[in-house]
Design a protein around this ligand. Structure first.
Ligand code: HGY
Ligand code: MN
Ligand code: MN
Length: 427
């Protein structure tokens, strides 16, 4: 008799698990590869920087996919894709979720794409299981995340006019890009949501680091997202003949920039903590081997969970940069770019909901910071927000070598789905 009761119990559990709506792993993986076709190059890699033709085409494909899933879809004035699924109680605030589909130059197929395609998969599973949530659901695919979390900054109400002048690697300004994506720069202010207009916002994303893989953990529960600041740093020397100008009579802008780049690394490392400082871009003019460079512009990026640390590291770098410029008889100018993202702590209740959903699915979890910036850090300014991480193979990201297994993607999407259903009941 006991054996019968025990087997009945286990049969019940299996039945319950089977009844739980499940992500279709193959369909999710298929969508990732479908999306990767937008911007596919001859070498088999994909280029889809924000505002490019590939980005516009991918946006239209996502709009069509959402429409096919029965959502009411529009492009907001900042170029974000907004999809709405009715709930049983239209008066309730929406539960929103999503990510981005634009990429860095020479990027990978998973950054932003996993969270965006998982959001579509969640909607399809709800349709298949004929589930209507109490809350309306809203999917947001943010525009130009990589060039300064543009779309989410507009929704959070802090995308200023200066930001619209920032040029990304397509050569378009943010303002031109917004128009290309079907937005309207004259009406950006109307995109802003009031605080707490959204019941909760969730973003699934690849970790882009190696912690989960190293510690063999299925799901990361993000506690906080680093803040980041960008500057252009301009060195102005004097272009001159490389052959006839003695070594002690030069105003070599590139030599000064080279010393500056080393100094950025040394100064950033000199502080305790996990701050990071990077020079990722450099342009030397006139750029001929037989001309001493008279003008160089580099990027400068500093990130940390604390804005104070970012400021302290910046001030130390600036002081050293001015010293180097003086010794090199070169001018230096630091130009802050309006692409700042402030550090953002994730909402503990949302973290707990993610943890509970993962536990129910039998998945291991770890609470952790995000060294990468995300749209969620803007959404955290206006809504209770949480982020779900899945492992990145080798911790590689912002590279064509980026990879997350179909199983890990499905784990993340199931946690997203179950967290949405749990919050739908609770909120
Ligand atoms: O740069 C970042 O941290 C993010 O991938 N946009
Ligand atoms: Mn991303
Ligand atoms: Mn990225």
């Amino acid at each position: 008799m006991i054996r019968f009761i025990i087997s009945l119990f286990f049969f019940g559990c299996i039945l319950l698990q089977a009844q739980k709506p499940q992500i279709n792993q193959d369909r999710l993986e298929k969508r990732i590869f479908e999306l990767a076709k937008f911007g596919l190059q001859e070498n088999g890699e994909t280029e889809r920087v924000a505002f490019s033709d590939a980005d516009v085409a991918a946006q239209q494909w996502v709009v069509q996919s959402l429409t096919n899933l029965g959502l009411e879809v529009h492009i907001d004035f900042a170029g974000n894709i907004i999809g709405k699924r009715q709930g049983k109680k239209p008066s309730l605030k929406p539960i929103s979720f999503g990510s981005h589909i634009d990429r860095v130059p020479n990027g990978g197929n998973y950054d932003g794409c996993v969270g965006s395609m998982a959001a579509l998969e969640v909607l399809e599973v709800l349709n298949e299981n004929k589930i209507t949530t109490r809350h309306p659901l809203e999917i947001i695919i943010f525009s130009n995340e990589e060039g300064g979390v543009m779309g989410s900054r507009a929704i959070a109400g802090h995308l200023g006019k200066d930001a619209l002048k920032v040029v990304n690697s397509t050569g378009f300004t943010m303002g031109e890009g917004i128009m290309r994506l079907g937005g309207d720069t004259t009406r950006i202010a109307e995109v802003a949501r009031k605080k707490d207009e959204i019941a909760a916002f969730l973003e699934l994303h690849i970790e882009q680091g190696g912690t989960l893989e190293k510690e063999n953990i299925d799901i990361g529960i993000v506690e906080g997202i680093v803040g980041l600041k960008w500057w252009d740093v301009e060195f102005t020397g004097f272009s001159n003949h490389a052959g006839t100008t003695p070594m002690n009579a030069r105003q070599d802008a590139l030599l000064a920039a080279a010393k500056f780049i080393v100094a950025v690394n040394e100064i950033t490392n000199s502080f305790d903590g996990a701050q990071v400082g990077t020079v990722g871009k450099i342009k030397a003019e006139p750029g001929a081997p037989n001309v001493i460079p008279g003008k160089v512009v580099t990027s400068l990026e500093i990130r940390d969970l604390s804005s104070d640390i970012i400021e302290k590291v910046y001030q130390a770098i600036k002081t050293k940069g001015e010293e180097i410029a003086k010794d090199s008889d070169v001018q230096i100018e630091f130009r802050p770019l309006d692409t700042t993202a402030d550090p953002a702590m994730m909402t503990s209740e949302i973290q707990d909901a993610i943890g509970a959903a993962a536990k129910k699915l039998g998945l291991s979890t770890k609470r952790m910071p995000s060294g990468a910036g995300h749209d969620a850090q803007d959404m955290a300014l206006i809504a209770p927000t949480g982020m779900i991480f899945v492992p990145s193979n080798g911790g590689i990201s912002h590279s064509p070598k980026e990879f997350t297994s179909p199983e890990d993607m499905a784990n993340g999407a199931n946690v997203l789905l179950q967290t949405i259903l749990a919050l739908d009941k609770k909120l």
